[in-house]
Write a protein that binds this ligand. Structure first.
Ligand code: PMP
Length: 376
């Protein structure tokens, strides 16, 4: 017990203590915390769907799905809603099959720990999400982390290590969650073919939000073996999925423990995701288009104000470095009506604390420019 209190004290001293904010309300582009309304630059609801009451009302008035699945899919927790959504997702991604997981965290955990056993190996981008890291730790194989987006470093590791293992997976996010930069998918495909690896891409931040020709993300029609993504961000829903070949999906149904041993998502929620991705597809595309225009203008504003950024997307980090300073700037922005929490280690590497601005279709360029002026 003593050590627990000690560790919390240390986190506080390092300005790293996390507390759950008292969120009292959300509406288009706004958030109410502790009774005060702010412009919300911290949402992953990139298309602004989750707060659209008219969509919710239209959906609920025609849907009678249950509010509980009451068990895991392999027992009695499956239903037609799941099969329909899996069909929608597989078609969207142009893949043979899909499998719904309860969260993106559980999808990455389940897929990696199922596919990687003793004698197998994962090669993971150093800035991959915690769920990928935890999936590697849970597996009984080995793992190596290559320098962020450094494919020469990845090839060096593969040259040295690949032949010692049976199965090998290369894992990367497509749009990175804390930097908003993009993996080179074509390069990763060439590398996975050269070294006989499986390529797995997490499209959590790209699905429905980023990608030129489709809402499916940046891997559409590319030779990527396994794609995971979540419904909890741009889709404005909850849950997650993996798309791949029939073979891999059958294997995951039998081996992915986070899928097998957990009560599945309420069918009502599954039906909501499917309704949005079918009946409201045009609406999603319209919101995505709106977001794309804002992102373009925001990047031009960044340039104009002299900010250098690695981001190419709706996720725009303003790097501060020091924890205390980052928290202070976040507080100043908050006092001026802008909600942009400080992102600190362990979410990001030590010394790279930042303000993570997350643009949604409901954000306004004018507000973004004001934030830049305040931070500059
Ligand atoms: N992958 C990435 C890249 C993420 O950023 C996140 C969530 N922040 C997840 C997976 C987990 O998704 P979920 O919130 O649905 O568990």
């Amino acid at each position: 017990m003593d050590r627990i209190a000690e560790e919390l004290k240390k986190l506080k001293e390092n300005h790293q203590l996390r507390t759950i904010p008292n969120v009292e309300g959300k509406s288009d582009g706004k958030i109410v915390v502790d009774g005060i309304e702010y412009i919300n630059f911290a949402s992953n609801d990139y298309l602004g769907i989750s707060t659209k009451c008219e969509l919710k009302e239209e959906f609920l008035c025609n849907n009678q799905s249950f509010l509980s699945s009451a068990s895991a899919r392999l027992l009695t927790g499956s239903s037609i809603e799941y099969l329909e959504l899996e069909k929608t997702i597989a078609n969207l991604f142009g893949k043979e099959a899909a499998l719904i997981f309860n969260t993106g965290y559980q999808a990455n955990l389940g897929v990696i720990s199922a596919l990687i056993g003793k004698g197998d190996v994962v090669f993971s981008d150093k800035l991959n999400h915690a769920s990928i890291i935890d999936g590697m730790k849970l597996s009984s194989g080995d793992f190596y982390r290559y320098k962020h987006l450094d494919y020469e470093n990845l090839e060096k590791l593969l040259t040295e290590k690949r032949s010692k293992y049976k199965r090998a997976i290369i894992v990367s996010e497509s749009i990175f969650s804390m930097d908003g930069d993009k993996a080179d998918i074509d390069r990763l495909i060439a590398i996975k073919n050269k070294y006989d690896c499986i390529l797995m891409i997490d499209e959590a931040h790209a699905f429905c939000a980023y990608g030129a020709s489709t809402i499916a993300g940046v891997c559409y029609e590319k030779d990527v073996d396994i794609i995971t993504a979540t419904f909890g961000k741009a889709v404005g829903s909850f849950g997650a999925f993996c798309v791949s070949s029939e073979l891999i999906i059958s294997y995951l149904i039998n081996k992915a423990r986070s899928f097998i041993f957990s009560t599945s998502i309420p069918p009502l929620n599954i039906a909501w995701s499917n309704w949005l991705l079918t009946e409201k597809l045009e609406y999603i595309k319209k919101q995505k288009n709106k977001l794309e225009h804002l992102v373009k203008a925001a990047h031009a504003a960044l340039k104009l104000q002299g900010f250098e950024t690695v981001s190419c997307s709706h996720i725009i980090p303003i790097l501060i470095g020091d924890n205390e300073k980052t928290v202070k700037i976040s507080e100043i922005l908050r006092a001026n009506g802008y909600y942009i929490p400080a992102i600190r280690p362990p979410t990001v590497p030590n010394g790279t604390s930042r303000l993570r601005i997350s643009l949604t279709a409901d954000c306004k360029l004018d507000d973004f420019e004001k934030v830049l002026t305040m931070v500059n």
